[in-house]
Every structure is written in structure tokens, then in C-alpha cells.
Write a protein that binds this ligand. Sequence first.
Ligand code: GDP
Ligand code: MG
Length: 598
Amino acid sequence: RQQEKIRNFSIIAHIDHGKSTLADRILEYTGALSDREMQDQFLDSMDLERERGITIKLQSVRLPYKAKNGQEYILNLIDTPGHVDFTYEVSRSLAACEGALLVVDAAQGVEAQTMANVYLALDNDLEILPVINKIDLPSADPERVRQEIEDLIGLDASDAVLASAKSGIGIEDILEQVVAQVPAPSGDPEAPLKAMIYDSLYDAYKGVITYIRVVDGSIKKGQKVRMMATGKEFEVTEVGVFAPRPLARDELSVGEVGFMVASIKNVKDTRVGDTITDAKRPADAALAGYRRINPMVFCGMYPVDSSDYDDLREALEKLELNDASLRFEPETSGALGFGFRCGFLGLLHMEIIQERIEREFDIPLITTAPSVVYKVYKTDGEVMSIENPTHMPPSQKIDYVEEPYVKASIMVPNDYVGTVMELCQTKRGDYVDMRYLDANRVNVVYQLPLAEIVYDFFDQLKSGTKGYASFDYEMIGYKASKLVKMDILLNGESVDALSFIVHQDKAYHRGRLFVEKLKELIPRQMFEVPIQATIGNKVVARETIRAQRKNVLAKCYGGDISRKRKLLEKQKEGKKRMKAVGNVEVPQEAFMAVLQMD
Ligand code: GDP
Ligand code: MG
């Protein structure tokens, strides 16, 4: 039976260990792409992913493979993102698989995200096949890494394939292991249809395209189906597979991975994680849904041009469709007008959404500084969740404030342990544990406020350890902290979008740095602009932007016309990202400046 010849698997790895390169080699080896079509990192299809060298959206591809035993197999490779912000997407794609290749760099060894990914794979009961990659590197030490996989992860690594995705070594062995060790899908072909939506995409012509894994039964063109969570029914207009380009088929049967189109015009009618069933012969119960992940970082997104507001809403709705972790709701700011409060998994996630809105939807944005969610216990007994510093009640009404904490594991070579501990200390961390992984690597564990991590912790960690540290974290809950709200006044008026929440001990320092930074960033205006940082009614720092002395264009009169045009062009460029706050022009960078302040 065909079902026994299907293998659904993912590749998991710490970032940069070679997952995308290995996926490319596998595509090449199975002949899924002609040479002409072959371009590096096919699975990383979004422009942004290519530029940043990261994988954000999961993609899948169906590969025919003739094994050494002479049998033809169908391998469905489902790509997963590697960054710590995207754990949720990893677990979504893993739920569609029976096995995972665990790629470990032969020089770097097991890293923090190697561990995190292994836990996710184990949660999904996957068969894990270790692959030791980059054995071509002079610094490769495959035997040490094999030992690490056994000691740190507890997997039997005696059969781990030694591979070089770059030079194409070990690819056949890997595929043979997939065929031999990853179980075939176990669903019942006669049972009522159950298909899991693991991703989706909006197409202007076809409507919502759902990416599905058929768990039981089969799905055909013309079939009437029901979405079990929303109860909405549709007629299937198209099913197909990714080969790797979309290829229409009459039917997807049990165990298969592919796509379904059903003239679904409303983005809200399909949910990632929902189960599709037959409308006439529905299944009794839906498949276990995905764990819903709450966003951890919030910021305001405002169109630079307020007439883009509706387009921005539409863009967010479309992005939300295949990004279950993105949240947004309308908000208004005194300074910035109408916009949205958006929730993200982390800073990278936030940056990517922002860039996609600007590039794919062509909407210039002003983004406010990110904030975590604080719990405010008021003196009258009320407990508030504050995701926007503006909504912080006045201090006399606050009993105490709690902030989210994470447990961070940092793996680092011996020599940098001091640097890492110092960094954690300045980020208000509480030391938990330190353990030697081998003779020269250490796992350092700290509890840290999430707010400190979302700022520039990762960048500082990387630069402080010359890129050698790897890092992963998990939420552990809330703890009381001495936090205060800092307000910023421009020209005597409080600018809500510049407010931020800060630990008391750091407040003066940050306030001072912030006003200095603002003075640098805000261009001179026709009049003098005082900048003040205040806590309650107390001014903690003050700077003044002096007035512009003369019109820059004046000196061009009678002079070089092209120079004048250039100046105007340049001003227009700058204007794009300026927002008039009261009568002061404030550039985008000012709203984010609070991030670069340690
Ligand atoms: P990902 O982040 O896990 O997807 O990693 P990539 O596939 O993007 O690879 C990260 C870097 O490692 C790239 O510069 C690759 O060219 C390089 N790389 C991947 N596999 C190998 C390998 O087998 N040997 C060597 N020397 N470099 C590799
Ligand atoms: Mg990649």
C-alpha cells in the first residue's frame, strides 16, 4: 500500500548548523529540482529569509526516492525555522511528521537550540536521527560531537551519519536512514477524514490555501468539508502536493502532505491547528490542537500616513493567517493617531513582521519601543495586565508590579564564563546554576527579566563572546519588581508613544541616556525644543534641541539647481519616516531608541 511508502520528516538544528544547506542537497539528490531550478536554499523562499539567512515560515516539499532495496518511497520534507523566537512554528511543523533529522555542527557541537528542538521533537513523539554535519571543516571533531549527543541529549548516536551538506557527503546514508527508521504514517484510510492544517497562505485569486497533513481518510476535489473549530463548510476546489512547485491532484490520501483550496475568502474561517473533516461523515473529535502560544513582546504599529490605516489592518489580517502567534488590536495614541497594538514572540519576530508590512504591502510604519506584559496589583485590589506603558496607572494607585521572568541557558566556552555572568548581572539576572559540559564548555543558567532580554541581550551576548555563546530561554512566570514609568515630554507635552517602564535602579541612567539620544535623533526645528524625562511629576533629565538658524535652501538660491533638487530629495526621504508629534517632527528611530541604552 502507498501509505507504507510515505515518510514525513523535518530537519531540526541550532541556527547555522546547516539545516537549509542539507535540505538543498536532499532536494538535489532526489532530483526534485532540475539544475536550472536549483537555487541555493530553495526552502528559504521569502526574500527576507534569504537576506537574513534565517528560516521563518515552514515550507514542505514532496520528494520521490528510490531506496537501495529497490522500492520507491515518497519523502515529505517539512522545513522548520531555527530561531528561538519561532519555537511555536517548529512545533507546528513537527506535528505533521513522524521523524526528524537532528543536524549538529561537527565543530560547534550541541548548542542551546539543539536541546530546545530535541525537546519539541520528543513532545511530538518523533523518531530522531542524529546527523553530524560539516565534517569537511578542519576544526570538525565528529567523535567528540557524537559523545556530546549521547551525554547531553541521551540519544544513541552510534549510527549518526557523518555528513557534509556543503560537499554533498552522507546524503544517501541520511535518506536510507529516513526510509528504514522513520515510521510510515499510521492513520486509517477507511475512517472519516481528519486532516490537520499546519500552515496557510492567502492568495488573491484562490483565497485561503491551507497546507495540510491527512491523518485519517482522504480528501478529494469536489468533496464537502467542514472546519471542526469554526464549523464552516466548503467545497474542495483543488488538492495537490508540493513537487516542489504546487501540483494539482485528484486526491490526497492518508498520511500525505499537501495543500487544499476551497474558495475560502474569509481569512478567519480557517485556523492553523484546526482539523478538516468530511461534512457528510464527520469525525467524532478533532485532532489535538496546537499549543496556543502567547505573544511575549508588544509594540504599537502606526502608519506614517494615516490614510493607510485600513490597508494596515488588512495586511495584519493576512499575516495573522499563517502566523498564529501574531496578535493585534486597534489602539490610539495621542502622538501617533490610529494604529494597532501588536503582540510578538520576540524582537526578531517583530522586526520581520514590520519589514514584511513595509515591503510586501508597501506601508511605511512607525513602530514604538517593544514592551513586555506587566501585572499591576492596584491598591483597590484590581489586577491589571499592562502591555502598553501608557496604560500604567499612577504610582499612588499601585500596590506592586510584577514582570515576566525567563530561565535562560547559555552554553559558552570556559574563557567567556566571566563575561556572560557579568552581562547577566547587569541585566538584573539571578544566578541559578553552572555546569561543565566537557573540558572547555559550560552551561550557565540564570533567571532574567524578559524585559532585559528583549532589549539587546542577545546582541551583547554574541559580541561579548565573539559569537561563541548559544542561548535559549523559557518563561518561568512573574516576579515582583520595583518598576516605574518614565514619561517623555517634547516641548512641554507628554508623548505617550515614548513612555517606557524601567527598573527603579536604572531609571535615572536610562532617562539621561534617552534624552541625550533623542536630542541627537530629532532634527532641529524652527524653534527651540526642550526634551524632559519624568517619573510622576519629577523631571529626571533634560536636554534642549536648539532652533534651526536659517533655511537650508536659502543658500542655494541663484546657485546650483541640481544641488538644490538633491537637498529637497533628501528631505523628502527623511520625511517618509517622520511623524509630526504636536508641532515637533520626530523620526522613527526616536521611538526605538530606548532599545539601545546600556
Ligand atoms: P541553517 O541556519 O541551519 O539553515 O544553516 P545553513 O544551511 O544556512 O548553513 C549555515 C552556514 O554553514 C552557511 O554558510 C553554509 O554554507 C554553511 N554550511 C552548511 N553545511 C556545511 C558543511 O557541511 N560544511 C561547511 N564547511 N559549511 C557548511
Ligand atoms: Mg536556514
